[in-house]
Design a protein around this ligand. Structure first.
Ligand code: FES
Length: 92
């Protein structure tokens, strides 16, 4: 099972392959805030500091939101838009 680590606290969780990152943060009470939950507001943006290749490919809507906010879409992701496919570490 993939392991997701929340660098801010050092907490980690083993999750089912393909689980939404949004669900991981909510179920583990990690302090990620949400707004639209539809990839539009950018509130749930986190930096994937390790394992960028282990989260689902980015779709255009997510890339546009991150880019409009002036952030680097190669390392930042929206928790409400990506799925976990392997070990990764996120940081807010
Ligand atoms: S909650 Fe709005 S982009 Fe994720």
């Amino acid at each position: 099972m993939p392991k997701v680590t929340f660098k801010n606290t050092g907490a980690s969780a083993e999750v089912a392959d393909g689980k939404m990152l949004k669900e991981v943060t909510k179920e583990n009470n990690w302090s990620v805030a949400y707004g639209c939950e539809d990839g539009m507001c950018g509130t749930c943006m986190v930096k994937v500091v390790e394992g960028q290749a282990n989260v689902s490919p980015m779709e255009d809507k997510e890339r546009e939101t991150i880019t409009v906010m002036g952030m680097d879409a190669s390392v930042y992701r929206l928790c409400c838009q990506c799925k976990i496919n392997g070990d990764c570490t996120i940081e807010q």
